[in-house]
Every structure is written in C-alpha cells, then in structure tokens.
Ligand binder design. Structure first.
Ligand code: ADP
Ligand code: MG
Length: 294
C-alpha cells in the first residue's frame, strides 16, 4: 500500500464530507455485499411531526400531550422531539423528574405528581402496563394503516396515543438503486412498526422479504449477526443510539453526521451530509482508492 494513495482517498473523502476512521476501513468496503439501513433518520428525514393525539380514557388530548411532552423534552429521539415541540406549541411545559428511557423503547418520568410513560407496547409492558383489548385494537388499527404511534400512560394506566409521520429523504430511492448497482443487497431495519416499514421499503425499492420491523436495539445486532452467519459481509448505516451496537457488529459501520454521538463513535465511516447518496459515494470512493493502492 502506498501511503499517498491512502491519503488521497481519505483527503478526497474529507472534501466530500466523508470521514473515514482508518485505512483498514477501505479494505472492508471491497467485500461488503449487504447493506442494512435504519429507517428513521437514515432513509427518512427523522424530522417527525405529530399528526394526531388520541385520548382513550379520562385525560383529555391536551392533558395527555402536555404530560407526554414534558417527559419527551428530556429525550433526543426524533419522536420525542416531535412530541415535545408539538406540546410546547400548545403551552409551557412543566418539568419532569425521575426520567428514565430505553433506546428503541420509550420514556418515563414524573410530571406534576403523576407518572407518565410513553413508547411502544413492549416498553409499557416492561413497566407493568398492559393495554386492554379495546385500546390495543385502536392502536393496532392505526399502526396497520402505516402510521407510527406511541402510547401514553398516566399513573400506569393507558391514557391514549400520539400518531406521527416522517418523510423519506429526497435521494433515498436513487441511492438505494445505486447501492444495488454496486452489488449490495439493501435490507431495512427498524424499531418502528411493520406497516410503516413496508410502506417505506416499497417507496425506496427494498424487497418486503428484506424488511425487519419492530426490532429492539439488541435485536438489530441479532439481525446483523444473522446475515453474517448466513455468509454475508454487512455494511450498516444508522444514526441513533438504538443503532450503535449494530453499527459496531457490522463489518462496515456507517453513521449519519447528524446522528447521535454514540452512533458516530461506533461507526467506521461518517457521512456529514446525512444522505444515502453519500453512503453509496463513500463505498465507491473507498473501492476506487483501494484499487489505486493495489
Ligand atoms: P428506528 O429503528 O426506526 O430508528 P427506534 O428503534 O429508535 O426506531 O424506536 C423504535 C420504537 O420505539 C419507536 O417507533 C417508538 O415506538 C419507540 N420509541 C423509541 N424512543 C421513543 C421515545 N423517546 N418516545 C416514545 N417512543 C419511543
Ligand atoms: Mg434512526
């Protein structure tokens, strides 16, 4: 290997806003044949918006939003930011205490003397909260329609849920096509629900058979490991705290520059422009640099 070629490659990378952790990373880009893509913030913008607040019991939608917003204000998840922003628009938020959260699960805290829990069904269950069949049917119907929804519980009883939407980044479909032409099989991996995941996959050109939805952060590692066990050499692109372990497990971990610090630390390569086009560009560039060295 000539150091000059390496420097050229990484220097050109820096110009393009692609930060490569070390020269050995280039070697890994040559053999990757599968690219696992996180949904929220990687294929989509990750800037979510609240569409609806649904009250199922005593608390009004406004109260539910105020309480959920107060707790979500302490989380950096795209869902949390959307709920906190929406709640702030409606009025000043009280402070939350005793905050706890699980990446890819949800949040919990105390607001105005009540305990507020927000997140996916599994997160409620982990906190001993079980939605009844009627509530579950209402939530399930919304999810089945392809909408992202998160539960809100007050004092460990379901109060309702919030629905949110996100949009796909402009270049995502073209970039996925480009990745395919580079010989990579795209796989979608998300903690969000299956109907949302399938809609996004169909829009950007990922096969339904290659969609893994409702996956916890630990489950994301298992999916990557499973692909590797089946003989694949795996690149993974992600941005969240929930992606960090899977990025580390992948043969080539790629972080979005707007992503969380933990994701960037776990990755081999960071694309500052946050686009999947840059991910394809990074793989092309590294392969070219490598053939210049060899
Ligand atoms: P993705 O893989 O699409 O980036 P995550 O793994 O971060 O999604 O989250 C998976 C699911 O966990 C979300 O769809 C949501 O139901 C729930 N969740 C995660 N963080 C939060 C939060 N701060 N508030 C409410 N729900 C959350
Ligand atoms: Mg994400």
């Amino acid at each position: 290997a000539t150091p000059t070629a390496l420097l050229t490659g990484t220097g050109r990378g820096a110009q393009l806003g692609i930060l490569i952790r070390g020269p050995q990373v280039l070697e890994d880009t040559r053999t990757v044949d599968t690219i696992v893509l996180d949904k929220t913030g990687t294929i989509t913008t990750g800037t979510m918006a609240v569409d609806d607040v649904v009250s199922l019991h005593d608390a009004s939608g406004a109260e539910l939003l105020r309480l959920a917003g107060a707790v979500e204000a302490q989380s950096e998840h795209p869902i949390a930011q959307a709920i906190a922003r929406h709640a702030t628009d409606a009025g000043r938020l009280p402070a939350a205490r005793d905050f706890s959260s699980a990446p890819g699960g949800g949040v919990r805290g105390t607001v105005d003397g009540v305990t507020v829990t927000a997140g996916r069904t599994g997160w409620l269950e982990r906190n001993g909260i079980r939605p009844n069949d009627v509530d579950m049917a209402a939530f399930g119907a919304v999810e089945d329609a392809g909408t992202t929804a998160v539960w809100v519980a007050i004092d460990d009883a379901v109060a309702g849920f919030v629905t949110l939407s996100d949009s796909i980044k402009d270049g995502s479909a073209a970039a996925i096509e480009r990745l395919r032409r580079l010989g990579l099989r795209p796989v979608l991996l998300t903690g969000d629900n299956r109907a949302v995941a399938l809609q996004v996959a169909a829009t950007v050109g990922i096969d339904a058979a290659d969609v893994h939805a409702g996956v916890t952060p630990a489950g994301k590692v298992d999916v990557v490991r499973g692909l590797q066990a089946a003989g694949a050499t795996v690149a993974m692109a992600g941005d969240g705290v929930n992606d960090a372990a899977a990025l580390a497990q992948a043969d080539l971990g790629i972080a979005m520059g707007s992503g969380t610090d933990v994701a960037i630390e776990a990755a081999d390569l960071t694309v500052m422009g946050n686009s999947l086009e840059q991910v394809a560009q990074a793989i092309e560039l590294s392969r070219r640099t490598l053939s210049a060295i060899k």
